[in-house]
Design a binder for this molecule. Sequence first.
Ligand code: OAD
Length: 249
Amino acid sequence: MENRFSPELLEHLANARRVMALTGAGISAESGVPTFRSPDGIWSKFKPEELASMDAFMRNPKLVWEWYQYRRRLIYEVEPNPGHRTLVDMEAFYLRFRLFTQNVDGLHHKAGSKQVYELHGNIMRNRCSLCGRRVLQTAEDDSEEPAHCRCGGLMRPDVVWFGEILPEDILSMAYDEAMCADLFFSIGTSAVVYPAAHLPVLAVESGAYVVEINPESTMISSKVHTTLRGKSGDILPALWSQLSQKSHF
Ligand code: OAD
């Protein structure tokens, strides 16, 4: 097999003990989930402030709900791709492997990853906008409007909207992990949305070897140790198979 990866990278992969991966919309692109900022991405067709904010939901709950129902239907039909599945293999191999995702599609869980920390929530869950009670959304739920919680509040998708803060416990774990990791992967994210975008930079500053996997250049490309240009569904399995040949595990 052609040797596509540097010996330095393979050495880091073979010897790492604490590994962290941060994923973004790009890892699910090959499963058929649209990204946000590509030329034909979600934010080229819809305005975030009209669909992904509490103001928008209060103004027009039905419109926001319908948009999320549309995205849920799409996500129910898609399957994890080889990129998601390689992260499952990595989790099984490394002593400590933590996966943080900005995605709300649940595809890492569906692929079989066990320790997944969702920084921006999960689209298959709803949360009461008043009392915070959480309820799983079923595949059969084709409601056109948000339900009312038993407390009287409106149920909303349990995702982080613009202007909202991320789940504090998960973010704090992400910072701790980025500061202690010796190998860090930034996969399929444009790295423009904070605070998640700060994690790879924090990892570099804290001494981790940082690898970016993305077909395009991003805000962090010049700061990381290695950038692998291409689709994560191609790069991750190729990298992993090359490592297994090198290490004979
Ligand atoms: P973006 O849409 O901003 O970026 C997706 C990235 O994936 C881009 O850099 C693409 O080049 C890259 N990409 C595309 N196809 C890929 C592939 N096959 N393999 C690997 N990479 C690929 O998505 P995010 O960075 O995830 O937040 O966006 C961050 C946040 O902005 C989202 O979580 C969402 C959005 O607004 C909220 O909704 C709170």
